[in-house]
Design a protein around this ligand. Structure first.
Ligand SMILES: [Zn+2]
Length: 151
């Protein structure tokens, strides 16, 4: 038995268990990486902990560290293979944030050559619209103070 929690109904737990095949990129005792079956671009990969945790805020620090430890080497390999010079690291937590599978995962999304922030290659890239607001410094001080107390 693995020393991490599993959910028998979870798609990613089934991939970890080998019940569902994947295009594996990397594996160690705590982490698995494989190609996303719904890629935004060629080389779009996922990095997951082998343990079933829904969102990153529920992942034990050691597993979170294990996930991020592989990101530099894996992203270099993906960019090299995909011929990309830029990439996005995306991580969604909860349905409202766009999380589709309830097992925490990092997305490594290479930006194909010729794409740009505002003009991804059609059907092959990540549209990137980040409608920024403006910070309210009066409120921000109190918010930062509250967050510091919670950490
Ligand atoms: Zn799972």
């Amino acid at each position: 038995m693995p020393d991490y929690p599993t959910d028998p109904d979870c798609l990613f737990c089934k991939i970890v268990a080998g019940e569902i095949p994947c295009h594996k990129l990397y594996e160690d005792d705590r982490v698995l990486s494989f190609l996303d079956i719904g890629p935004l671009s060629a080389g779009h990969a996922l990095v997951i902990p082998k343990g079933h945790y829904e969102t990153i805020d529920r992942v034990p620090a050691e597993d979170a560290a294990a996930m991020f430890r592989i990101v530099p080497a894996l992203s270099r390999a993906i960019m090299r293979a995909a011929g990309a010079s830029a990439w996005n690291l995306l991580q969604n937590n909860g349905e409202a944030a766009g999380q589709a599978v309830g097992h925490v995962h990092l997305h490594i999304i290479p930006r194909p050559a010729g794409s740009s922030r505002d003009a991804p290659i059609e059907g092959n890239g990540l549209p990137f619209n980040w409608p920024t607001g403006e910070i309210d410094h009066k409120k921000a001080g109190g918010l930062a103070e509250t967050i510091r107390q919670y950490v």
